[in-house]
Design a protein around this ligand. Structure first.
Ligand SMILES: CSC[C@@H](O)[C@@H](O)C(=O)COP(=O)(O)O
Ligand SMILES: [Zn+2]
Length: 211
């Protein structure tokens, strides 16, 4: 799958990704070359970060287009090593317009404290309402923790199965690695990152206080 995409939409997406990188780097959630970001540019294409670039200093040269199979379109660069974790979300969820992956200390530490096969369950927090479609603190946001692996095909398949069973959930963790979250557009997706970071900090602080 390759094909064409709208250049104006691509330019807008690339700008949004670069600005997201500056924000996420400044908050300490995307240190060094960690993290990857993407934004949809058509029903079959996404703009995504080139692999190995420092995310706090992104320019247009650090963004490229891939199709929904993860193949580069009109670029000789290597897309993010985790491209398949992005494209599977765009493929399964046509309503999704942006995906962000971050490597914060809190997401990393919390993911290591959750027992294997368990999830982080966020409940009774008012801030859950920052997630799309949530209008009360009374529901549950369940954040699964997938085992870390370098096998992106297998991890993409696992996340796809989970997404099919949990269509309303806004993100997942990878153990000792970081957060994946998505939104209908970049502002919503950034809001989700911020909400997760606040809630992860609350969970860690609660564990610390309880001892
Ligand atoms: C700097 S280690 C982090 C990487 O292994 C990876 O997890 C990551 O988030 C960035 O990979 P990238 O290929 O640049 O998109
Ligand atoms: Zn990563």
């Amino acid at each position: 799958m390759t094909g064409s995409f709208d250049v104006t939409r691509y330019s807008r997406a690339a700008g949004e990704i670069c600005r997201a990188g500056q924000f996420l780097y400044q908050r300490g959630w995307s240190p060094a070359t960690s993290s990857n970001y993407s934004s949809r540019v058509s029903d079959r294409h996404v703009a995504i970060t080139v692999s190995g670039r420092r995310k706090g200093q992104l320019t247009g040269a650090d963004i490229m287009v891939v199709d929904l199979d993860g193949s580069p379109v009109q670029s000789d660069c290597r897309p993010s090593a985790e491209t398949l974790l992005h494209t599977v979300i765009y493929r399964d969820r046509p309503d999704i317009g942006a995906v962000l992956h971050t490597h914060s200390v809190k997401a990393t530490v919390l993911s290591r404290l959750v027992a294997e096969g368990e999830a982080v369950v966020l409940e009774d927090y008012e801030l859950q309402k920052a997630f799309a479609g949530v209008d009360t603190h009374e529901g549950r946001v369940t954040v699964p923790v997938f085992a870390n692996t370098q096998d992106m095909t297998s991890l993409a398949a696992d996340t796809s199965r989970w997404l099919a069973d949990n269509p309303g959930q806004p993100g997942y963790l990878i153990r000792g690695h970081g957060l994946y979250t998505w939104g209908r557009d970049m502002p919503e997706c950034l809001r989700h990152v911020e909400a997760f970071e606040f809630l992860f900090e609350c969970e860690l602080e609660t564990m610390r206080v309880r001892g």
